[in-house]
Design a protein around this ligand. Structure first.
Ligand code: PEP
Ligand code: MN
Length: 354
């Protein structure tokens, strides 16, 4: 058995074939905040509610979730609104407690997907619970095998109500988005598991409120099966991911204006290649911005030390080194030389103007 065998139909069909929308706060913070948000989302037509109660944060000391007492709030949401409820699990204990509380959908976060030991422990704990739905977010690093390996471990444990969530990939330096989408990676996953539900999480990709709407439409245009979107009744005061969460009313507006196109452009070869070009261009621009930033720092240093801006010996060394590096990557000498000259000219300009 492999991922090719996953049947999309086993995923809860909550919206009768239209895109699956999972929404809710990054974290459940209090009973009031959880219920206020859930009620507003229910009014907005959302059928699956998400809220993290165990929050794996990059930096210690941040809000790390309310823990087990949040399970009762999720049960209350389920009782009162009838929505399915979802939360993140990262350890064996989380899985036990979430299952005991009747949580419908468990998701594995990006930091956990990257850890095969943790994934195997979660899979072993889920063995025999084939009525639960599990979503696996992509790992932090753009490694399709790691993502598929995590899904495979769950599948081998008998979990066939399985889906994936694309939330973008961590990368160093300044980027437009919080997490680099690298769309070709979920497209590849689709090729390996054609019937599996693949959702997009525009909140964690964009990292800012204003990106949620365009990324949401883009994701549907690219053939994702649905969305996981962070929504909070009072985003400005959220204890985690404040700048990317949107109010339920805003989410309703976005959903009301979504254009659902037929066809599956995700399988279109040309669209797939164009998407890769876009990904490369985003990376190129981010790298160029980072390089110019370093150049400006060098400019300041040279000025402090009374050194001249253009140092011909260093310049020639850099060009020669890049040309031979380019050769080993299949790039022509002329092309590399031209690009490096253009970049160098801009660096000098930045250093002089700074
Ligand atoms: C989240 O969904 O709030 C979360 C922590 O996501 P990720 O694992 O994608 O960072
Ligand atoms: Mn979050």
């Amino acid at each position: 058995m492999d991922l090719q065998d996953i049947e999309a139909l086993k995923f809860p069909d909550v919206d009768g074939g239209s895109p699956l929308i999972i929404a809710g706060p990054c974290s459940a913070e209090s009973e009031q905040q959880t219920l206020d948000t859930a009620r507003a989302l229910h009014r907005a037509g959302v059928k699956v509610f998400r809220a993290g109660i165990w929050k794996p944060r990059t930096t210690p000391g941040c809000f790390e979730g309310v823990g087990n007492r949040g399970l009762a709030w999720l049960q209350q949401v389920k009782r009162e609104t009838g929505m399915l409820v979802a939360t993140e699990v990262a350890t064996i204990e989380h899985v036990h407690d979430a299952l005991a509380a009747g949580i419908d959908i468990l998701w594995v976060g990006a930091r956990t997907t990257a850890n095969p030991f943790a994934m195997q422990a979660i899979a072993d704990t889920l063995q025999g619970h084939d009525d639960v739905t599990v979503l696996v977010k992509n790992p932090l690093n753009p490694d399709l095998d790691l993502w598929m390996g995590a899904l495979q471990r769950l599948f081998n444990a008998g979990i066939t109500r399985l889906g994936a969530v694309h939330r973008g990939f961590s990368s160093a330096g300044a980027h437009i988005y919080r997490n680099d989408p690298q769309w070709h990676i979920p497209f590849e996953l689709r090729r390996h598991a054609p019937a599996m539900t693949i959702l997009c999480d525009p909140s964690h990709i964009g990292g800012k409120r204003e990106f949620v709407e365009p990324l949401t439409q883009q994701a549907l245009d690219m053939g994702f099966d649905g969305l996981m979107i962070e929504s909070h009744c009072d985003p400005d005061h959220a204890l985690s991911d404040s700048v990317q969460q949107i109010k339920p009313e805003i989410l309703k507006n976005i959903l009301d204006h979504l254009v659902i196109r037929s066809g599956a452009p995700i399988e279109d070869e040309l669209a797939l290649l164009r998407q890769q070009i876009d990904d490369c261009d985003h990376e190129l621009l981010a790298v160029l911005a980072r390089r110019m930033n370093v150049s400006r720092q060098i400019g300041q240093y040279k000025r402090q030390q009374g050194l001249q801006i253009v140092q011909p010996k260093r310049y020639q060394e850099v060009i020669n080194a890049r040309i031979s590096e380019g050769q080993s990557l299949g790039l022509t000498n002329e092309f590399v030389q031209e690009i490096m000259q253009t970049i160098h000219e801009e660096s000098v300009r930045q250093q002089l103007n700074d």
